[in-house]
Design a protein around this ligand. Structure first.
Ligand SMILES: Cc1ncc(C[n+]2csc(CCOP(=O)(O)OP(=O)(O)O)c2C)c(N)n1
Ligand SMILES: [Mg+2]
Length: 333
């Protein structure tokens, strides 16, 4: 019996799984549409999709409360969507329209939305770690019970900011959950070609941070691990670290000839597509009749099509506004 099947025991497990399946599908469809729109030159600039890694964002965000903060990388469309940034404002941002979450000034890599506590969207590898640590420090000093979750790729472990952030978070026992999205490659560099220690949880353990590795293709396992870690962080046990073992099915970005990995390797991982795994487990439990699967797809397609309409109908920022927000517009006292 698969691990997922073993986790689906009761009706409420099945309901929960269907929710997670829906969340993963929303991310998948939105990004498939992004790729299509990019190819049609509707979206420009850089575009890094998360296709294959959806179980990580879906499982972890499902364990959060509304006020919790999230910091992510440039591969962050799904994290933003699942935290409540609407698909319309995400797409409008990529189109460079004022209706985007950053008025079209940030684009794909810099989604940001203070209202949902989604603090980016960071193009600098490891740049999110000190930001998340700072947010957690502020919460700690203000005695707030909020948790900050920081997503980053395994490539970040080679950066000084990773080590500085883990050290200070542990030293000051800050309420932050570090989620390392280990998809085995940093652009074209395999983990073992850049790191002497490839066990990432051990790096966190060196800073006295409780850390464990999770199958990042199994959304139920991710959610369970995230719940445990988030509860511990919220309960005052200091920072925690999850290494989520996953894989991206598509190229690093839209400009990547993928010469560093075999097609057979990608095909092998595709058999563990997180959406396929969960759908199969649900069907085996009679928890997803064909008509429900079709309805789910229909719902997700409708959400994405509506987002495209919203972005297309948006307006570019007038040239006269382009110097706004360089400095604060607040009245000086
Ligand atoms: C400080 C810094 N160095 C280099 C780059 C160029 N760069 C962009 S993405 C990337 C790979 C990062 O890989 P990883 O952290 O594993 O994230 P993934 O893309 O796999 O999600 C690099 C080196 C950058 N953006 N920032
Ligand atoms: Mg990576």
């Amino acid at each position: 019996m698969s691990d997922q099947l073993a986790r689906l025991k009761t009706d409420s497990d099945t309901q929960r799984a269907r929710f997670l399946l829906h969340q993963m599908l929303r991310v998948r469809r939105l990004e498939e549409k992004c790729v299509e729109l990019y190819s049609a030159a509707k979206i420009r600039g850089f575009l890094h999709v998360y296709i294959g890694e959806e179980a990580v964002a879906a499982g972890v965000t499902a364990a959060l409360e509304q006020d919790d903060a999230v910091v992510a990388t440039y591969r962050e469309h799904g994290h933003a969507l699942l935290r409540g940034v609407s698909a319309g404002s995400i797409l409008a941002e990529m189109y460079g329209k004022v209706q985007g979450c950053c008025r079209g000034r940030g684009g794909s890599m810099h989604l940001f939305d203070a209202a949902t506590h989604f603090y980016g969207g960071n193009a600098i590898v490891a740049g999110g770690l000190p930001l998340a640590t700072g947010l957690a420090l502020a919460d700690h000093m203000a005695d707030r019970s909020r948790v900050t979750v920081c997503f980053f790729g395994e490539g970040a472990a080679a950066e000084g900011e990773f080590h500085e952030s883990l050290n200070l978070a542990a030293l000051w026992q800050l309420p932050v959950l570090f989620c390392c999205e280990n998809n085995l490659y940093a652009m074209g560099t395999a983990l073992g070609r850049s790191q002497s220690q490839t066990n990432l949880a051990l790096k966190a353990a060196a800073y006295e941070i409780p850390a464990w590795a999770v199958d990042g293709m199994d959304v139920l396992a991710v959610e369970e691990a995230a719940r445990r870690a988030v509860d511990a962080v919220r309960g005052g046990s200091g920072p925690h670290f999850l290494e989520l073992r996953t894989y991206r099915f598509r190229a690093h970005s839209m400009f990547d000839p993928e010469r560093y990995r075999d097609k057979a390797e990608v095909a092998g991982w595709s058999e563990r597509d997180p959406i396929l795994l969960l759908r199969t487990a649900l069907e085996a439990r009679d928890g997803l009749p064909e008509k429900d699967w079709a309805a789910l797809q229909h719902e997700v397609d409708a959400e994405v099509e509506e987002a495209v309409r919203f972005a297309e109908a948006g307006t570019p920022e007038p040239a006269s506004d382009l110097l706004r927000f360089v400095y604060s517009e607040r009245e000086q006292p």
